[in-house]
Design a protein around this ligand. Structure first.
Ligand code: NAD
Length: 410
């Protein structure tokens, strides 16, 4: 199976060919601008010291400061971080945000950390990458294994060093520290907007349409809530330990999960990840990790529409099968862009010290998502390419144009 970086580079290569860009463009677009690996020492609560690897990749800063999440996950490495930072670059360009793309993280299982250990690790990581982040340079955000608490510690560590509060250094912060209304649910809200629009394109009435979601975290949960509120039926969800079906509504399951840290709600049935992926539903939402849909399981997928909440959940082999089976795939850089869009709103509000209402956030999110959605749909139709190819073409073309207009220094 190809690595995440090989997949991302192949997608870029394809976009460069479709756009008929030059070999010079390929060289410029396929090279990450800044890569930093740091050692992050952690004093455990028992006094032992452990060393962790931390990463920050600024793939592009051509259209503005770089922007991207911080992931705490045991398997993260530099190649995967480069791949995810590359995807962020095309995502920000596709949605026309004034940002480049970045990603970062620590190779650690966040579940093994106490709260105090998590705070020490986050603060030390922030201090190690401090010289290259900042509201005008690179703005981290939450990703897998991190949340608004980590962002509060990052903001505080940066601010203590600056000597004054710098809320704009990270997004996805708690509201009282300069976070934005609507940020917590933004990625899931955007996934829901994408699902509704994709169903309409397929001629399926969203009311009563059925949905299965892999991953019940920040993206999966909020997507489930948004879709349920819009009248769709969430029939199954899964987390790292497996899936569940037969619950009455999403919040009933969520409340059980919060109280018990598992999805074993009495009266429901278990199912495996593979069973969930192969359910006969209208919408399948992979919202966990990369490589969920591969050439091994794609042919059994019966969903009419796949909305990629996760980053890079489909391998090229899986993608080819889905395309051959006429399953509409709303690609990650469009489907999960709600998070970075509202992160952008948060950054704008922090810069202006003026905060928006929840309705303003929602309506501006909707406007940008719908504009991007229509652009991708039109590109796919006119160029006769998949939605993934269309989305990459739009994002890559904007970055290539920015490179051309800025020129090459010296
Ligand atoms: P999270 O840590 O909040 O949730 C991840 C969920 O996936 C959890 O329910 C976890 O149990 C589950 N999971 C982990 N491994 C799994 C496996 N092997 N099989 C099935 N489920 C598994 O993370 P998140 O923020 O919801 O991010 C999920 C995905 O969405 C990631 O790919 C992330 O990069 C992407 N994403 C997140 C955001 C955001 O705003 N949080 C924005 C854009 C994209």
């Amino acid at each position: 199976m190809e690595s995440a970086l090989e997949t991302a580079r192949a997608q870029l290569r394809r976009a460069v060919e479709l756009l008929e860009l030059t070999e010079n463009d390929w060289q410029t677009l396929s090279t990450p601008r800044r890569i930093l690996e740091v050692a992050v020492p952690l004093r455990r609560d028992n006094g032992n010291v452990e060393m962790y690897k931390g990463f920050r990749v600024q793939y592009s800063t051509t259209r503005g400061p770089s922007k991207g999440g911080v992931r705490f996950h045991p398997t993260i490495d530099m190649d995967e971080t480069v791949a995810l930072a590359m995807l962020m670059t095309w995502k920000c360009a596709l949605t026309n945000l004034p940002y480049g793309g970045a990603k970062g993280g620590i190779a650690v299982d966040a579940h093994t950390l106490s709260l105090a250990e998590n705070e020490r690790l986050t603060r030390r990581y922030t201090s190690e990458i401090l010289p290259i982040i900042g509201p005008e340079r690179d703005i981290p955000a939450p990703d897998v294994g991190t949340d608004e608490r980590n962002m509060a510690w990052m903001m505080d560590t940066y601010s203590v060093n600056a000597g004054f509060a710098v809320p704009g250094v990270v997004t996805g912060k708690p509201i009282v520290l300069g976070g934005s209304l609507g940020r917590t649910s933004a990625t899931g809200d955007g996934v829901a907007i994408s699902a509704i629009e994709a169903l309409l394109v397929k001629g399926i009435d969203p009311k009563g349409a059925t949905v299965a979601i892999q991953g019940f975290g920040k993206v999966g949960y909020w997507a489930a809530i948004a879709l349920e509120n819009l009248g769709l039926k969430i029939v199954a969800v899964s987390d790292v330990n497996g899936g569940v079906t037969g619950f009455k509504n999403v919040n009933e399951l969520w409340n059980h999960f919060l109280a018990n840290n598992n999805l074993n709600l009495p009266g429901t049935d278990k199912l495996t990840q593979e069973e969930l992926i192969h359910l006969d539903v209208d919408v399948l939402i992979p919202a966990a990790l990369a490589d969920a849909i591969t050439e091994k399981n794609a042919s059994g997928i019966r969903a009419k529409v796949i909305v990629e909440g996760a980053n890079a959940p489909t391998t090229p082999g899986g993608d080819a099968i889905l395309n051959a089976n006429h399953i509409l795939v709303v690609p990650d850089i469009l489907a999960n862009s709600g998070g970075v869009i509202v992160s952008y709103f948060e950054w704008v509000q922090d810069k202006q010290n003026y905060f928006w209402t929840a309705d303003e956030v929602k309506s501006n999110l909707n406007e940008i998502m719908m504009r991007s959605f229509r652009e991708v749909e039109e590109m796919a139709r006119t160029k006769k390419v998949s939605w993934r190819e269309a989305a990459h073409m739009i994002g890559v073309a904007r970055v290539a144009e920015a490179h051309r207009l800025r020129g090459l220094y010296p």
